[in-house]
Ligand binder design. Structure first.
Ligand code: FEO
Ligand code: CA
Ligand code: CA
Length: 726
């Protein structure tokens, strides 16, 4: 998400004094072991020998199995989605579209009732996943012509389409607007079906699978923190239940066929009263501060101000009763989780899987499941200076659990080990275990006395601080290469890195090998004004390979796959050699499709004077295929092979003032879905004249349209029905 008008997800709340990475004595593995032996073993262990030809195996330069086969789209500022020649787009669904019959169509005037959003597409489309739907209503992983599409509805930063005249200003919110926003967040699940032409895909309105999950939907806690004293509320005095999922950013999926939705910027909705610190233990105050919620803090959404009933009071995390079972002092602890949803069981109750920890969860990305090995999820905490995590299940994968629904989820996601990443300057890294009673995570810890494993998970950031994890430049999406098991994660940007020679203050950090660039980037805007970006304004994509290719490894080798940059930037900034066909800023969404094609999406505020946000297609190499390099600012790092027009190419550019996010490709590679979030968010809207900086999606087919901008899911196909991107 971008940050205008909303909770600033750049806000730094990590005050821990973890050592700078260069100061940390790293475990040195032999270069031969990590960088030469790893790939072939990885592929063999994960996929068996059949896959070795696909990724090349060993060290030999492999003939790429995938070749990009489209003409790169030029950067542009048009108010349409621009796709390559031979491709076409259609809108699957947009904010307010009815999922069922009996509801009126979205009217472009904000007149829909709040309650109707229980049956309408929500706002702020973000992460999503396509599940093949079989004739018996079960998960059929390889089915491409019929499926269920689960889409996150992250937020309502520019609610132009939701209310009659946007958000009514004032310190106290209008109740009907708050109600509508509560129902416009969460997740939608819709059935989709390919048309008779074989090229298009449309939503099946009225399908019994169509469902909305909102910020009011009842959910259960599962795993080690279920029933923890820190999850008790007046709604659930035993800490086993809660209502709603919020600010659902990216996502994940499971091999048994369920959807994972992840709670990121939940501080958007949680306030805290003045004077609340005095009513808390010192330990509670430490935890609240670490998660960015000081006393006397008003949430950007101000949902708690719309009334005094429980429905609104639950949005302030303040002590008002005698015990935690009498108030919502622990409201903040009920968000920040990975939530599992069974899209094939519309009546099922979503589960907040606490074993995966609580933080600004961007998403949860599985390594390919291998029979007899644990299920592994990679996760990022999207805020400046936060961490990368990994979950390893205790249960070993049994393919008979496909279609096991939430019972399979309980088997694999409620018991396991959570780790946090520490990157060393020599290109190796470690996974540090976040388990109560190990590594000093117990009641004797000087910063925070951990009570039990539930406490470690609820306060995973504090546990990760204690272990000296590496502070990253805002971890956004991850993805695992199905061809060789290597994991990738975008680090979108960080304006708060300072020069290696500077004396950092507050939350500032010097660069380190895993977050190496520091520079200033000044340019002239179209209106003649100048803009300066500092630190690491364009972001980068890091990747790692587990030792010996084992998902259970606690050590890994890493390099930086790509550095975002403007093509014209200096060589020590444009370290990946980007050119006009592939230069980008602020990588955010990331997704490997089943064929091994990598999709990169941007959410940028540093290159938008030149181009709207975009999506690129890539055929990545492997960890270690580049070399040693010195980044702007003077910090050494390891980078991947330079980009070329053959390896990274711009596939599409979005409409004005949007973020491109969420991507899914059908198993046959012939239909691609992506999301356009908050088109027109940066303009000053005028509801009297219907003046907005974007009129998309209406502008896609009518350039004179004055309709309001809406977030939407877009379907991309080839006009000849062929394979996307190749
Ligand atoms: Fe919702 Fe981290 O982007
Ligand atoms: Ca972002
Ligand atoms: Ca994001």
């Amino acid at each position: 998400m971008t940050t205008a008008n909303s909770y600033d997800d750049n806000e730094v709340v990590n005050p821990s004094s973890n050592l700078h990475m260069d100061d940390i004595l790293s475990i040195r593995l032999s270069r031969r072991q990590t960088l030469k032996g790893g790939v072939s073993v990885t592929a063999g262990a994960l996929l068996g020998s059949a896959s070795l030809s696909a990724c090349g195996g060993g060290d030999d330069a492999a003939e790429p199995a995938l070749r990009l086969g489209f003409a790169a789209v030029a950067k542009n500022k048009n108010d349409v989605v621009t796709v390559p020649a031979g491709y076409q787009v259609s809108i699957l669904h947009a904010l307010g579209d009815p999922l069922q019959y009996g509801e009126e169509s979205w009217k472009d005037d904000g007149s829909e009732t709040a309650e109707s959003y229980n049956r309408r597409v929500g706002d702020g489309h973000d992460g999503m996943y396509y599940f093949g739907l079989g004739d018996t209503g079960q998960y059929q992983p390889n089915r491409s012509d019929r499926g269920l599409l689960a889409v996150n509805h992250e937020y309502v930063v520019a609610p132009y389409g939701l209310h009659p005249k946007g958000r009514t200003p004032g310190a106290t919110r209008v109740a009907s607007e708050v109600d509508k926003e509560i129902y416009a967040h969460g997740v939608s699940v819709v059935e989709v079906k390919r048309g008779a032409s074989g090229t298009n895909m449309t939503m099946v309105r009225g399908s019994s699978f169509n469902r909305r999950i909102t910020s009011a939907t009842e959910m259960v806690f599962t795993g080690p923190a279920k029933g923890n004293a820190l999850l008790r509320t007046v709604f659930s005095p035993d800490g086993s239940r809660t209502r709603g999922t919020n600010n659902n950013c990216a996502n994940g999926y499971t091999p048994w066929g369920t959807y994972l939705t992840c709670e990121e910027n939940f501080l958007n909705v949680i306030s805290r009263a003045a004077g609340d610190d005095a009513k808390r233990s010192a330990k509670e105050v430490v935890a609240l501060k670490r998660y960015g919620l000081p006393e006397n803090r008003k949430s950007p959404y101000l949902w708690d101000t719309a009334g005094s009933t429980d429905w609104y009071a639950r949005w302030t995390s303040s002590v008002t009763g005698a015990t935690a079972a009498d108030d919502y002092r622990h409201a903040i602890n009920t968000f920040g989780w990975v939530v599992e949803i069974d899209p094939f069981a519309p009546a099922s109750t979503p589960a907040k899987r606490t074993a995966l920890g609580r933080f600004n969860h961007e998403g949860a990305w599985p390594a390919p499941a291998v029979v007899g090995q644990p299920i592994v999820m990679y996760m990022g905490d999207d805020a400046r200076n936060e961490y990368i995590y990994k979950f390893v299940s205790k249960a070993l994968w049994d393919a008979k659990d496909v279609n096991g629904g939430l019972a399979a989820g309980a088997k694999y996601l409620d018991e396991g080990t959570l780790y946090v990443a520490k990157f060393a300057a020599d290109g190796t890294g470690q996974w540090l275990e976040l388990t109560f009673g190990k590594n000093g995570l117990d009641a004797s810890h000087p910063t925070y006395a951990f009570a039990d494993q539930g406490d470690v998970l609820i306060n995973a950031r504090l546990a990760a601080d204690a272990l000296g994890a590496t502070k990253m430049d805002r971890p956004e999406w991850g993805a695992v290469n199905p061809l060789n098991g290597e994991a990738y994660m975008t680090l979108t940007n960080n304006s708060n890195r300072v020069a290696p020679t500077a004396s950092p203050t507050g939350s500032q950090l010097k660069p380190d090998a895993a977050n190496p660039r520091y520079y200033e980037d000044t340019y002239t805007n179209a209106d003649g004004s100048t803009k300066t970006n500092k630190g690491n304004p364009h972001g980068h994509i890091i990747r790692w390979r587990e030792d010996a290719g084992l998902v259970t490894a606690t050590r890994f080798a890493w390099d930086i796959y790509l550095f975002g940059a403007e093509a014209t930037a200096a060589g020590d900034v444009n370290l990946s050699g980007l050119t006009a066909v592939n230069d980008f800023s602020s990588p955010d969404g990331l997704y490997f499709d089943q064929r091994g094609l990598l999709w990169i999406q941007t959410d940028d505020g540093a290159y938008t004077d030149v181009t709207n946000c975009m999506m690129l297609a890539a055929v990545p190499g492997k960890v270690g295929d580049g070399g040693q390099v010195t980044a702007a600012g003077g910090t050494g790092t390891r980078k991947g092979a330079n980009a070329s027009a053959d390896s990274v190419r711009r596939f599409l550019v979005g409409p004005r003032d949007c973020e491109i996010t969420g991507v899914a490709v059908t198993p046959d590679g012939k239909t691609l879905f992506f999301n356009v979030q908050h088109p027109g968010e940066d303009g000053a809207p005028d509801f009297a004249t219907n003046a907005f900086s974007s009129h998309w999606p209406a502008s896609q087919t009518d350039t004179a349209s004055t309709r309001r901008p809406r977030s939407a899911t877009v379907v991309v196909t080839r006009t000849d029905g062929g394979s996307i991107g190749l």
